[in-house]
Write a protein that binds this ligand. Structure first.
Ligand SMILES: NC(=O)C1=CN([C@@H]2O[C@H](COP(=O)(O)OP(=O)(O)OC[C@H]3O[C@@H](n4cnc5c(N)ncnc54)[C@H](OP(=O)(O)O)[C@@H]3O)[C@@H](O)[C@H]2O)[C@@H](O)CC1
Ligand SMILES: [K+]
Length: 488
């Protein structure tokens, strides 16, 4: 599903109006959908309270209030801003509303109130007024149920950032297409359940304004998933190599390799320094072992052209060896994770230079700390949200960047971006990232293009976490991977 920024949605509104679509009619549909959602969710509410702001979000609120009033509800409206300044569709909605509003300052939230938050939506441009923020705190204290119109007030639709104290809703109803802020944190946590309602802006208009930001769903990459035909030879399913650390530090790479095998790679080899071979052998059965101690041995191993992808980083150790291996692997499909990323903290340009000489084949999988090490200026740029940071990082590194977190973002150097939203909270556990690297490495080995492999990897990892359930450990994840033929 494509996501639209508030600016793109604004453009769609303008194009809809220019093509003869009545903007007030769109507002009517939006407001009536809000009223229907409230009635559906809270049929026994004692009092409905609609909070209306100065813009079109408030206009949706006046229409919802009218519809709730006409449905026989006890409705109160509280407004923010000067009513004399209302213009256009909002003024029309206000004038037609049979319930007369009182100023926001007069509202004292009660626990049983069902509150419609129509203060600010896509047009929020700056931090909320202190008076609005203190009301939001009172709503929270009272524990009133809130249904947010378009976005919880205070949440940026573009970045998901909270511009001050933001409303926390139990349900949010948005129109036509969700925005990045519905899925990026903290926005996602403020939305509650999310409903997207079609108010009738034609698809052709939405398509013409949309960029290349998506919710990470199977439709984005399913066509590239490895075929699971009975005839596929194990070499056709690719050969993944996972580089291991030395004695006592093989666990992370073994986890990664196990996940790689479960994710469908035909062959998986753990490339291990001599001092860790006994330890690794004791733990491995289906995964093969290859002694590799240095760049010379790696060069020799790379002469085998059937090797199709590599994972470098989990438990590998930070330093020159990781940098040398990475440089040698440039141009091959590689997941560079953990120590592989941190090894370039002092000299990120060395990595970027290596990658700039080839088409995009690398997937970098930094968590926030690793991201800050590789892209310190981008990380500290307060004007950028997570999506823009990951986009800038992909463009600079010529790699697919999977910026981890509860709201993992995947970006490609060509500007495509996807936000992953299926990871359960219990997925954040030791070794979870190693499993993710192995899954992505496996998909690369099976010839998935890097952006699609990273997106599919993040989604499959989330699904595995859901299937393995609360209290999982990273070892449980590979067995929780869904079957590709059952993904829809
Ligand atoms: N296609 C669709 O999706 C449709 C969307 N619709 C609805 O339209 C909504 C977007 O409407 P919108 O553009 O008027 O923006 P909205 O959020 O009401 O706020 C703008 C007002 O707030 C003000 N303001 C901003 N920040 C402020 C602050 N911190 N503190 C104080 N004031 C602040 C700002 O003032 P200004 O910045 O201009 O000074 C301006 O007056 C969208 O969310 C959806 O609900 C439907 O009606 C139909 C079709
Ligand atoms: K709102």
């Amino acid at each position: 599903m494509q996501l639209l920024t508030p600016e793109q949605m604004g453009q769609a509104d303008q194009m809809a109006a220019a093509s003869g679509i009545d903007s007030h009619r769109l507002m009517m549909k939006a407001g009536e959908a809000v009223s229907a959602a409230v009635l559906r969710r809270f049929p026994a509410a004692v009092r409905m309270v609609v909070l209306c702001g100065p813009g079109n979000n408030g206009g949706d609120g006046y229409i919802a209030a009218k519809a709730l009033f006409e449905a026989g509800c006890n409705v109160s409206i509280y407004h923010f801003g000067d009513l004399a300044n209302l213009k256009g569709d909002v003024a029309q909605a206000f004038n037609a509303c049979p319930v007369k509003p009182q100023p926001l300052a007069a509202y004292a939230p009660k626990a049983n109130d069902v509150v419609v938050d129509a203060l600010f939506g896509a047009g929020l441009t700056r931090s909320l007024d202190p008076a609005v923020q203190s009301l939001i705190l009172n709503l929270r204290k009272a524990g009133s149920n809130v249904v947010a119109v378009d976005l919880p007030s205070g949440i940026s639709g573009g970045t998901g950032a909270a511009l001050g104290t933001a409303v926390t809703a139990s349900h949010t109803i948005t129109f036509m297409r969700p925005k990045p802020g519905h899925f990026l944190l903290p926005g996602r946590e403020h939305c509650g359940t999310l409903e997207t309602f079609d108010i009738g802006i034609p698809q052709r208009i939405l398509t013409s304004v949309a960029g290349n930001t998506y919710l990470n769903e199977p439709s984005l990459w399913k066509a590239h998933l490895p075929a699971t035909s009975i005839q596929s030879h194990k070499f056709k399913r690719g050969h993944l190599t996972v580089f291991s650390g030395g004695h006592g530090t093989t666990g992370a790479a073994r986890l990664s390799a196990t996940a790689g095998l479960k994710a469908g790679a035909g062959l998986v080899t753990l490339a291990t320094p001599s001092n860790a071979c006994t330890e690794a052998t004791a733990h491995l059965t289906a995964i093969m072992l290859r002694e590799i101690n240095n760049v010379r041995e790696l060069s020799h191993w790379l002469e085998d052209k059937r090797l199709s992808a590599f994972v470098l980083g989990p438990g590998f150790g930070i330093g020159e060896k990781a940098r040398d291996y990475t440089n040698l692997l440039a141009g091959n499909p590689v997941v560079l994770d953990a120590d592989g990323i941190t090894s370039f903290a002092e000299s990120p340009d060395r990595l970027f230079y290596s990658l700039s000489k080839h088409p995009t084949t690398f997937v970098l999988t930094p968590h926030e700390g690793e991201f800050a090490r590789l892209f310190p200026d981008i990380h500290s740029d307060k004007s950028l949200g997570k999506l823009e940071k990951a986009r800038a990082a992909a463009s600079r590194s010529n790699a697919v960047v999977l910026y981890k977190g509860a709201d993992t973002v995947i970006t490609a150097p060509d500007g495509r971006a996807a936000i992953n939203a299926n990871a359960p909270p219990w997925l954040a556990t030791a070794g979870s990232g190693d499993v993710l690297s192995g899954i992505i490495g496996s998909l690369l080995a099976q010839e998935m293009p890097p952006f699609e492999a990273a997106c599919a990897g993040a989604w499959l990892h989330g699904a595995a976490g859901q299937n393995a359930g609360e209290g999982l450990s990273a070892e449980d994840l590979p067995n929780g991977l869904p079957k590709y033929s059952q993904i829809s």
